[in-house]
Design a protein around this ligand. Structure first.
Ligand SMILES: [Mn+2]
Length: 319
């Protein structure tokens, strides 16, 4: 079992280091990767980050926190990547060449030559903070901003059950280092693009309740996505909308795919098991969050789902 010291030693021993983020990049994979890149550059090493997908606008300050350096990599590190497939198109290029994996997913598939995985860490950025502390004496604000973004985004602004006392201690240390915590939280959690708001409006216009308000259904059509100008980042998290409504035990989001099929996201509370309902449609997931894909018309998909949810509610004597 490796220690943070072992990881720091490996990074000190190597040069021309390429750091990889996972596809559909989020605040944690980018914050962790760029924080490490910044620290390595301060140490006088050549370092850069690569990601298969475009970086969403709200994370551009992370990308801009380091110097652009081009070189042939001699050592490859992945940050917040649970499986080499999650490298997206970069998997083909680097999938079997990763020297060191730094991650916090307990389901990590040990695809790298060496791995440092802390499954109970709320964010990869927590681990990266401990590593960066071993690498450089003074952590600049730019690196603290990257790490704070990783921690706050992977914890839903410190609201998820993955948060520990250490999460708050690390956040406190990052604030002491001068990170822009209020601004980062505003941008990450309290700011929505205009296309996101347009999409939410269209989605909520079609909100339907069934079973005395115990079930709420929304539909996300290709038309709504196109007319609102929404990009993938705007669509992320739409399924939390029906779940936020008081009294709703089953929240259903149907998203029309380009193929015409419907991707269903199911969020449940209380006694209802979302995975059990999703399995009936060839899907799966967790007790409170599950999904499936239904290849049928919108009407038929909705009818079948409502039926299954009705049966589950009856089983629990909720209706
Ligand atoms: Mn993460």
């Amino acid at each position: 079992m490796m220690t943070i010291n072992d990881v720091a030693r490996l990074l000190k021993e190597n040069d021309d280091i390429l750091i990889l983020s996972h596809h559909f990049p989020d605040g944690d994979t980018l914050g962790s990767a760029y924080a490490l890149c910044g620290a390595l550059q301060i140490m006088g090493k050549r370092a850069r980050v690569e990601c298969s997908d475009e970086i969403p606008n709200k994370f551009l300050f992370i990308k801009n926190s380091v110097e652009i350096q081009q070189f042939e990599p001699k050592y490859i590190v992945s940050a917040d990547v649970a499986d080499s497939k999650l490298l997206g198109s970069l998997c083909e290029v680097y999938g079997n060449k990763i020297d060191l994996c730094i991650d916090h997913h307990s389901r990590n598939t040990s695809f790298a030559k060496q791995s440092y995985v802390e499954g109970d860490s709320a964010a990869c950025a927590e681990i990266m903070y401990l590593i960066v502390k071993e690498l450089i004496n003074e952590i600049p604000k730019s690196i603290a901003d990257c790490l704070y973004t990783g921690v706050c985004t992977d914890t839903g602004c410190f609201k998820f059950s993955n948060v520990t006392a250490r999460t708050h201690k690390i956040a406190a240390e990052l604030i002491a280092l001068g990170c822009d915590h209020a601004l980062i939280n505003k941008v990450m959690f309290d700011t929505k693009s205009r296309s996101r708001i347009a999409l939410e409006k269209a989605v909520l216009d079609n909100l339907k309740f069934e079973y005395n308000g115990l079930c709420a259904t929304v539909v996300l059509t290709r038309d709504m996505i196109a007319s609102s100008g929404a990009v993938e980042d705007d669509i992320d998290g739409i399924s939390s909308l029906p779940r936020q409504i008081e009294g709703v035990a089953a929240a259903v989001t149907l998203r029309e795919l380009d193929s015409g099929a419907y991707k269903v996201s199911l969020r449940t509370d209380n006694a209802l098991n979302a995975a059990q309902i999703a399995v009936g449609f060839g899907g799966g997931g967790h007790a409170a969050a599950a999904g499936c894909t239904i290849k049928d018309s919108r009407e038929n998909a909705e009818k079948a789902l409502l039926n299954a949810i009705g049966n589950a509610l009856k089983e629990q004597n909720m209706i």
